[in-house]
Design a protein around this ligand. Structure first.
Ligand SMILES: Cc1cc2nc3c(=O)[nH]c(=O)nc-3n(C[C@H](O)[C@H](O)[C@H](O)COP(=O)(O)OP(=O)(O)OC[C@H]3O[C@@H](n4cnc5c(N)ncnc54)[C@H](O)[C@@H]3O)c2cc1C
Length: 377
């Protein structure tokens, strides 16, 4: 039998799950559908760095709010996701990196990030393990990290408590648009009729938007991550390099997570990922250059995950043009950091309230509007 809901959210990553949670708490009958398990794609395999250094300047106010929410997850999500506050460094070892560092730090502090330039002596006083060859560094007291694989478990419990109909393991392959809203037929589950629709498919948003006649190119980044065996404490901050090619931190259990967007191979449509060994080696060498003590440890595991990006590298969060009550959320740079805030902002908009900060109009990426929608508008 068909189930009727006020809103159907397709894609249960951190973006869709957060939006669904606040929509249900706002009184809407909400269904959240994913073809796999909740938060097992980008939102469960990411590096979990809560970072202002690496966030695009325009997104700093959103990332600062998102970071606070992760640190306070016990209060609003009801569960701890291993979020820890830690200072963060962006380092420069070359003249070119130094120039980049100053520019990036200026742009981010102009947007409210508490980032300041520190001398190599100050760097070593705060984080003695950093390579003494460092020329300059930017420091931010407000970085941190989360244990990303705990995200799904925490959201599943919170969503269930909020009364969300959670359909995991039920892929969607298309949507019917009718006068009364949207009909969704998740594989292996009864059809859903929804007055409102939210697409939250991460790197699969290109496919989802095409169901409704929108053609938006979504770039897929295939990020590789490396984790080491447990070792003695060698760092307490989150360490990156000005060129953005390193993100490094040590967890309480002694393992060190090395990332920075070094690319592997993968295809979101056909599926499957494959590492590029030279890129793994480059990433590890850079990590070892930043924190020389990492030479004492060994790699135990690597994995890959898919991250989405629009043509202008800015998010898509807001209503879809020409359709009643259909929305999209995704493609947020440093999206894990901001997800709890971005999802809440969209839920506020759908609930008819004024979002605290502006959304990111998807229509800018959709010109000219698809013929099908012009006809119905
Ligand atoms: C390896 C890696 C490292 C990263 N590191 C960081 C970091 O340190 N800090 C940071 O802030 N950000 C980081 N990010 C970015 C961050 O993880 C993402 O921006 C964020 O998790 C995206 O969330 P999302 O909900 O939009 O997408 P996703 O988490 O990918 O969720 C999309 C969901 O849609 C579902 N779906 C797709 N197609 C269908 C369909 N047809 N039917 C039903 N469901 C469907 C998928 O199964 C998936 O669960 C990283 C990303 C990666 C991949």
């Amino acid at each position: 039998m068909e189930q009727e809901v006020d809103v159907a959210v397709i894609g249960a990553g951190a973006m869709g799950a957060t939006a669904a949670l606040w929509l249900a708490r706002g009184g809407m009958r909400t269904a959240l559908i994913d073809r796999g398990e909740i938060c097992r794609e980008a939102s469960g395999v990411n590096a979990g760095t809560l970072t202002l250094h690496m966030t695009r300047a325009a997104l700093i106010p959103y990332a600062m709010k998102g970071r606070e929410l992760w640190l306070d997850a016990q209060r609003w999500l009801g569960r701890d996701v291993g979020a820890r506050s830690a200072p963060g460094f962006s380092l420069a070892f070359t003249e070119a990196e130094e120039e980049m560092l100053f520019k990036r730090a200026d742009a981010r502090s102009a947007m409210g990030a508490p980032i300041r330039i520190v001398t190599p002596e100050e760097v070593r006083a705060i984080e003695p393990g950093i390579n003494p060859a460092v020329r300059a560094a930017a420091f931010c007291a407000l970085d941190g990290h989360v244990t990303a694989y705990l995200t799904g478990r925490a959201y599943r419990a919170a969503l269930t408590e909020a009364g969300v109909s959670l359909l995991e393991g039920h892929g969607v392959e298309g949507i019917e648009v009718s006068d009364a809203g949207y009909v969704i037929r998740p594989a292996g589950a009864p059809a859903l009729r929804a007055r409102r629709l939210v697409l939250a498919g991460g790197v699969w948003l290109e496919t989802m938007l095409a169901w409704l006649g929108f053609h938006v190119r979504i770039k897929c980044l295939v990020n590789q991550l490396v984790v080491t065996e447990r070792m003695r404490p060698v760092m307490r901050s989150v360490v990156g390099i000005a060129n953005g090619l390193l993100s490094l931190k040590q967890f309480e259990n002694g393992t060190v997570l090395i990332g920075g967007g070094w690319q592997g191979k993968g295809d979101p449509v056909r599926g499957g990922v494959e590492p590029i060994p030279d890129n793994l080696i480059g990433n590890i060498q850079l990590a070892r250059h930043a924190i020389p003590a990492l030479g004492e440890t060994r790699v135990v595991r690597i994995w890959l995950g898919l991250e989405s990006e629009t043509a202008d590298a800015m998010p898509m969060i807001g209503p879809l043009p020409g359709l009643a009550e259909a929305y999209v959320i995704g493609c947020v740079h440093s999206g894990y950091t901001s997800a709890p805030y971005m999802g809440h902002l969209l839920a506020e908009r759908i609930l008819g309230r004024e979002p605290e900060l502006p959304l990111f109009d998807p229509a800018r990426l959709m010109k000219p509007a698809p013929a099908k929608l012009e006809e119905t508008a």
